[in-house]
Design a protein around this ligand. Sequence first.
Ligand SMILES: C[S@@+](CC[C@H](N)C(=O)[O-])C[C@H]1O[C@@H](n2cnc3c(N)ncnc32)[C@H](O)[C@@H]1O
Length: 345
Amino acid sequence: MYKTTMKIDGMMCGMCEAHINDAIRKVVPDAQKLKSSHSKGESSFVSETKPDEDMLRKEIEKTGYSVLSVHSDTEDKDSGNGQRIKPDYKNWMPKGMVLGMACGAAVFLLLSIVTLLTPISEPVKKIMIPILFVITMIFIFVTIWMFLMYRAFSYDGNRKMSKQIIEGVASCINIPDGGRGLDVGCGSGALTIACAKKNPNSSWTGIDRWGKEYASFNKKLCESNAKAEGVSSVSFMQGNALKLPFENETFDAVTSNYVYHNIPSNNRQAILLETLRTLKKGGTFAIHDIMSKAKYGEMQSFVEKLKSMGYSEVKLVDTTNGMFMSKWESAWMGLSGSAILIGRK
Ligand SMILES: C[S@@+](CC[C@H](N)C(=O)[O-])C[C@H]1O[C@@H](n2cnc3c(N)ncnc32)[C@H](O)[C@@H]1O
């Protein structure tokens, strides 16, 4: 759906508004939610397709009004019952964790106050109060840190870091027309859907374990996000990145974002190889994660290993030097070592 808003000069009353609405209907017979306001000098409507701006201008100017501007933009899909549905990709910092920490801070703050005001013996007070104070401070600090992370990742905030990363990873994907792609650890479906939108002639599978740690992510959410984005070339299934339920060389492209560092393992390079197992010869990959030495071991030698196995164009690109985030952001958000591994099998 497209929402079009026009600034129009010369409307004086309700009659003028009706003239403008008639002119718009001539050009866009299927216009919905059509309204004109002489006090705002504005008309707006929603339509299935993007309207022809020149025709709109001409038709309205024929009636003697001046069109100052026309702006058409995509609108969130309609669920069919008049309610707008918006994709909801949730947040990589679960809201429940932020609220849990905030509750902990409140409880310890209360305990500190009660201890301070209760007539208990002075020596006990002297031990209890500093301990409670330190615990309260830790809870407050962690709550603030988590809240700032939540805000930076949010799709609704100013920074929109998750959106930048998802679109950045999707832009590294190369897939032939008619090809099949796989997104491992798809979460709320953001990367699967972004890849499918960028490559409309391909189909994508998102797979995730959907465990307790990201309780708000699930298959139903992925499907409703795909519907909200108007993307039908995606499907989602439950499965484990450690043992993917696919034959060798099934996909033309594989991708993943911020998944493998969550999986307890002392060999994350083996998890990468498990993902690459499902990639066809000639297929491309783009895998983004915190690939620090502590989490993944020596990644440069892994790059060399892939090359010696016949992979080509293999590169490990640091994403913390402005590509997806600044060094400072990666440091305070605990994302140092973020890098994208790209190449061709
Ligand atoms: C930070 S979220 C990232 C989600 C998604 N890739 C994105 O970019 O929005 C991490 C995801 O990894 C998934 N995950 C963790 N361990 C997994 C495993 N062993 N197999 C599959 N998915 C896993 C979690 O369920 C969660 O959805």
